[in-house]
Design a binder for this molecule. Sequence first.
Ligand code: SF4
Length: 951
Amino acid sequence: MDHPYAPPSQVTEALGRGWTVLTANQRAARTLRHDFDRLKRALGLANWQPPAILAWETWTATLWRRLLLEGHGAALLLNPTQEHSLWREVIERDATSLRPVDSLAELAANAWHLLHAYRGRPRLNASTDSADTRAFSRWAMEFERRCTRLNYLTQAQLAEALREAFSNGHLKPEPGFLLVGFDAKTPGQTVLLEALQAAGAHIEEWRPERPGAPSIAASSRWVGLNPPDATDLATQLPEEFPPSATSFRTALIAAPDEQAELTACARWLRVRLTERPNSCLAVIAPAIEAERAGVDRTFLHILAPELEDIAAPPGSGPFEFSLGIPLTQTPMAATALDILRWVVAPLPLERIGALLLSPHFAASSSEHVARAEFDAFTLRRQHLLQPQISLDKLIELISYSKSSPHLPILLKHLRALRAFLRNIDLTAEHTHADWATTMHDLLEAAGWAAASRDNSIEFQTRRRWEDALDELATLDFDNRRVAFATALVSLERIAAQTLFAPESRHAPIQIMGPLESAGSTFDAIWFLRAGDLTWPTAPTPSPLLPWHLQRDLAMPGVNPARDSAHARRIAERIAASAPTVLFSYAEETPDGHQRPSPVLASLALESRSATEIAPAEPAPESVYLEALSDDTPIPPPPSHVLQGGAAILQSQAACGFRAFAEKRLFASALDTRELGLDPRERGSLVHDVLERFWAEVETQAALKLLPRTEREILLARSIDDALARHTTATAPTWNRAYIDTERRRLVNLLRPWLDYELTRPPFAVKSREEQLKDVQIGPLRLNIRVDRVDTSLADEKPAGEIILDYKTGPAKPADWLGDRPDAPQLPLYAVVSESPHLAAVAFASVRAGNAMELNGYEARKGVLPKSTRLKTGSLQEQVAEWREVLTSLAEDFHAGNARVSPKQYPSTCRYCEQRLLCRLDLTTLEADAIEDLTDDGDTEITDDIVETIRG
Ligand code: SF4
């Protein structure tokens, strides 16, 4: 009997005979080597000869190196990056296409590979039938001519070169080869294997088999291109199966939709793992790269919910993906590329934020909070927020910010980076190797990945990154010199093409695509997405090769019947790779209703439903809930904590809980700043300009006397001075153009506003933007700023004060009224002014067009150009009423009245930032729910509605 850790006996026997085991993919080679090593360790050995188990690609590359070492070959074997560069060069000189050269070079390399794998190169030139195929034929000739002249060999030509070496005796084969996991062989592989046989090597093929799995030609003499069809595998299944109720030999499972399919798979895996923790399970899906995020999320939730914690170590769950992700998608490599892009040009604001929050940049465990605070409260709150930030600008911002003392390590690395850059000329042309060294040094200066040596995954990522830099250096094969930016583009491409997967932890659940599973066996397999819309995925024929040539050579993608037969063979191989194999599909997909894939027909699968094979777990017993009244006031904090202005009263009027959350818990939504000036800054610019203007003009009479041109000059100067606060001497072009636009907007807005001021009854400006500190309203002491106070003039004599509140958005006097006023600022100014001669209070609507007006309440007729009828007997009575309302709001806030009580539901809640804290059920803000709650829009809130809001 095989040892439980042993690789298949056919593999160990072949190795024992001194044969080489060749696998169709790297995964199978890795798994067999791992099993072999475990077997040796289990047998008590301390050291042993590494087994000759190689993936096909590794084996051919090794042979080529051997040929070079033995002096029988002189050509340089191009790696994919070098080949791409050569194709680029050829195409760039010839390109008549509008397509990007990089994508054409990729298509050309792929067509070149197919041509050689299917031995069609000699027939290409005579087969061209379109502009594209003729273009490729030209490129191929030129590419080949260069390769011959410069003595290059491509990976695609390697099999033929090795065949020749075996045929002419330059290479001697090993005594035998065992092939593992080849669903099909290309003609190029076939002729090389024939050459091996002709040179005396034995060749056998083994198809994976587990005890209990059906046998398909378990070990056979190698006979040709493709393995024999295995038909009606279900009839070959052994009689004994694991006793679990959730175990089936082979079955076809229908799920209502794709998520239900994933969920059923995860539940079934969980039961399997609980019953047999040492199982080796596989999940196979046709387009696993696209499914990766969804599979990861669902599996984590069902198989290891404890790892959903953000602090859980990465890659520690009971499952792992076999296929890697592009290196560019790993956080470390993404950070490295951002740093390198940054030294060439300013980076977008979002990328700067990501750098600041990255543990791989200027690494320091003691600064991460200060860095996050700087990002949130300084970087994103700068005046005139710019879309891109340069290295110099960031250093300047940090140096002059309050965060500076808390960010010494970040500043040290930024300055080191800048100092490094001062000594190099990025526009000069150097070799790729030189630039690879420079990039390495730049990253060191930036403190990139300094902590990565402590963490295995980060250590491996760093090693992969260094491999990518080494690959960049190989672009010197043609002695070209390039500028830094060009080398960086090449590095970005290399990193995008490099797949990174951490070393396997040999987790009990392996997730992979159908081709990767070739050559491996498992205790059980679940094959996802086996519907007729999702599998088999149709291979795409090459657009650069003549269609009839592809058909004649039996290339993939041109003959649906042949592609289906190939997919069927894969299905049959998978069905034979474990004692229990389940195929599943979703009956409904985003693309429509689907049935099982026709390639499963020969397997005669037993049909099961998803709920039958993976029943839902019983709901947890209900938890006892204790009712807690939230009406109890929360004691006030010390008075120095309660700081603020009229906004406290405005929030309290809108909703007690909102005021509590905003002003006592200081909770706010994540800042989503706009580039340039946000509406608040635009509003304060208007205040600023008018303050400067009236500081010089002072009265309406003076304004009337001011000649038009002088008025224009004064307005322009006031605007320039106000804008100067937002501009720096080193402002980039974008900044200056933006400021010019803003200047024109202010002129167009304020010129007619001054014309409007001329039409008002006579006035003098008494105070502008006056700050009143520590004013008392009820138990609160507030700091407020009154926009403007004018003195009304009658017969050139003072006749009372007019309190003005500038508005650049909609506002109406009705917003001052009621127990819960929407805009309590101006009533507050009126109350705290305690003016015995208050003549009017008004909104000064500085808005374009007809909305430009002064509107409010006046004590007597003729103070304002437009007034609204008072709801009380006099303005003094109105102020007295406001005092009561505002005092009551202040008392409520001070007493901690934090009831969830929006003034008008749902409009009060719609833009409130505290919706998460107050547990508002967001779905109630959807249109239908709102209609159910209110007949005519907003409604007064009741306790019942509060319950509904919370869901
Ligand atoms: S969302 Fe509505 S109920 Fe919740 S705090 Fe804001 S205003 Fe109050």
